[in-house]
Design a protein around this ligand. Structure first.
Ligand code: IMP
Ligand code: MG
Length: 183
């Protein structure tokens, strides 16, 4: 069974993603080389950002810790519920640390807005967002993203960590799912 057959079209190829992630890792390495001599904390927003963060981490040439958080904002549908809940919290304290949140996609912005607020209250030395994708969504919450991989259209997309009903995360490219798959 070929997962790519369920795509209406490809948005970003495996190579385009690899090149962009390498450039993002290089930018982070440069930006943090001096101020974060004792390293940074990369926070993965499960589950969508796991593949992205795994690749990104290996492109950052600094000591770093990887930690994981799970929040709910989507069920098995394709629209944000607007409700964000912490399902799994971080394992380590981030107080006094330089934190970068790795996210797969900024859609309504509700998830990141909630996360930034909740993590800022734990007094990190700094907190920035690194999102692989930013969707062209109307009324997107105003979220300050220091690092953005790609801008993408307001379509439902899958691959490279992004799922529809827990499928397609293992697709190496990113593409728009055929609407008949979810309608
Ligand atoms: P937000 O809170 O609306 O910004 O949604 C963020 C989360 O929704 C992301 O971390 C994704 O897990 C999920 N999401 C948003 N758009 C898509 C999409 O097009 N495909 C798959 N997941 C998506
Ligand atoms: Mg996600």
């Amino acid at each position: 069974m070929n997962l790519e057959e369920d795509l209406a079209y490809e948005l970003f190829s495996q190579q385009e993603i690899a090149d962009r992630v390498a450039a993002m890792g290089e930018a982070i390495t440069q930006d943090y080389a001096e101020k974060a001599a004792d390293g940074i904390v990369l926070i993965c927003v499960l589950r969508g950002a796991a593949i992205f963060m795994g690749d990104l981490a290996r492109q950052i040439k600094l000591p770093l810790e990887m930690d994981y958080m799970a929040v709910s904002s989507y069920g098995n549908g394709t629209k944000s519920s607007g409700v964000v809940r912490i399902l799994k919290d971080l394992s380590s304290s981030i107080e006094g640390r330089h934190v970068i949140i790795a996210e797969d996609i900024l859609d309504s912005g509700l998830t990141l807005k909630f996360l930034i607020k909740s993590l800022s209250a734990r007094k990190p030395a700094s907190i920035e967002v690194c999102t692989l994708l930013r969707k062209d969504t109307p009324n997107q919450a105003d979220v300050n993203c220091r690092y953005i991989g790609f801008e993408c259209p307001n379509e439902f997309i899958v691959g490279y960590g992004l799922d529809y009903a827990e499928r397609y995360r293992n697709l190496s490219c990113i593409g728009v799912l055929k609407p008949e798959i979810y309608s």
